[in-house]
Ligand binder design. Structure first.
Ligand code: SF4
Ligand code: SF4
Length: 168
């Protein structure tokens, strides 16, 4: 699905200094679950291993017929959907809550944000999908340096550590 995305912030991966580029608010709407139906979620190897460690087998949740590429580079397979509802197999159909919330794939943790690394800098975009009522929600939290480091500090530190190792 095509969507607009807006640059919200840039993070210097060496210092974790955050520069905010546009004012955006966000609040996930309780009981919505639309992104778990309307998006295709890419799985990294680490996501698959973590979910398998909960006792699931990959064939239960990996859709090997849907693959993501960046140019020629294979990025990963998609998470499986329920063929009747088109919802992710981990979405509870009644409560619209994720059954593996604390172990969900990175792409789910980031949504509606998207990270794009350029060298030593991480650009953070927000997708403006029409189905997501949380973007610019009037009660939403303003996206600030504090928000980014609180929600995604661990992810950013992981990138920083990989970068440091490569340059050692
Ligand atoms: S579509 Fe937006 S508001 Fe709805 S569950 Fe996903 S992030 Fe939350
Ligand atoms: S893993 Fe959880 S958060 Fe991710 S799409 Fe499935 S139900 Fe939604």
């Amino acid at each position: 699905m095509a969507s607009n995305k807006r640059l919200v912030a840039t993070v210097d991966l060496r210092t974790l200094e955050v520069t905010i580029h546009s004012r955006v608010r966000f609040k996930c709407v309780e009981g919505c679950g639309r992104c778990c139906r309307d998006l295709e979620v890419p799985l990294r190897d680490e996501d698959i291993e973590r979910i398998e460690s909960l006792g699931y087998s990959a064939w239960e949740f990996v859709d090997y017929e849907k693959a993501f590429y960046r140019g020629d580079k294979f990025l990963g397979y998609a998470i499986k959907k329920n063929p009747v509802t088109d919802e992710c197999v981990f979405l509870d159909p009644e409560t619209k809550r994720c059954r593996i919330y604390h172990n969900r794939p990175l792409a789910c943790r980031l949504y509606p944000f998207v990270f794009a690394r350029h060298g030593e800098s991480m650009e953070i975009y927000i997708r403006e999908d029409p189905f997501c009522q949380g973007v610019n929600h009037p009660d939403g939290e303003e996206i600030t340096e504090e928000f980014i480091l609180r929600e995604y500090g661990d992810v950013l530190r992981e990138y920083r550590d990989k970068l440091t190792k490569v340059n050692d």
